[in-house]
Design a protein around this ligand. Structure first.
Ligand SMILES: Cc1cc2nc3c(=O)[nH]c(=O)nc-3n(C[C@H](O)[C@H](O)[C@H](O)COP(=O)(O)O)c2cc1C
Length: 209
């Protein structure tokens, strides 16, 4: 069975997207994948960060735990799963800055044919979770990733998440994801690892008759 490498590249300020990222990693690992979790770094000054309660402390905690994502991570991966909290119905500028840094790989076509998927966190129920995931689909299409949505391919999708990708609603108090949200996230990790393995195996078969 082919080994698959999965990159989970996310941004999180208060921890809910981070919790989904960990559940996704768990699901992919249970499928036999090698997984790296990377947190995109802030793009604003410390002065701006200090204005939001807990931002500096949370960033320090997560940055000690997760390296920043690099181009080499994306090249290593057979599947890339992007995660971002919603920012006005869109992905965060922190994750976008990482994706924009992949321009060199895009130019060389290095990411074409890898599996790609996305997940998000919002504070309100209809606060733009699906539009945020779709905003991550846009660069994935340009990079040539094979999009892996979830559909309703698992019973957990009838209770939580979206057919576009896992999601959670953190509310005003930064509530962690529910067990149902985490189940969808684990399924996402598993499904992406399965698709990446199938793509990799097909690629190996076609180049080695
Ligand atoms: C600048 C900004 C814009 C935001 N825009 C939205 C939004 O459009 N819809 C929404 O539901 N939440 C919005 N939020 C809230 C976050 O997306 C939400 O708190 C999310 O759960 C945070 O994820 P995290 O815990 O991983 O940081 C916004 C937050 C900020 C700081």
């Amino acid at each position: 069975m082919a080994t698959v490498n999965v990159l989970v590249a996310f941004y999180s300020r208060n921890g809910s997207t981070e919790a989904l990222a960990q559940a996704i990693a768990e699901g992919a690992k249970a499928e036999g994948a090698e997984v790296v979790l990377r947190r995109a770094r802030e793009v604003v000054s410390q002065e701006v960060m200090q204005k939001a309660e807990g931002w500096v402390e949370n960033a320090e905690r997560m940055n000690a735990q997760y390296e920043a994502p690099t181009s080499a991570d994306a090249e290593w991966a057979d599947a890339i799963i992007f995660g971002s909290p919603t920012r006005f119905g869109n992905m965060s500028s922190e994750l976008k800055a990482y994706i924009d840094s992949l321009g060199g790989l895009w130019f060389q076509g290095k990411l074409v044919g890898k599996a790609g998927s996305a997940f998000t966190s919002t504070s309100s129920v209809h606060g733009g979770n699906e539009s945020t995931i779709l905003s991550m689909y846009h660069p994935m299409a340009h990079l040539g990733l094979i999009l892996v949505p979830l559909g309703y391919a698992d019973p957990s999708l009838f209770k939580a998440g979206t057919p576009y990708g896992a999601s959670t609603v953190s509310g005003q108090e930064s509530a962690p994801p529910t067990p149902d949200d985490l189940e969808v996230a684990r399924f996402q990790g598993k499904r992406v690892a399965q698709v990446a393995r199938a793509l990799k195996t097909a690629g190996e078969t076609s180049t080695n008759p």
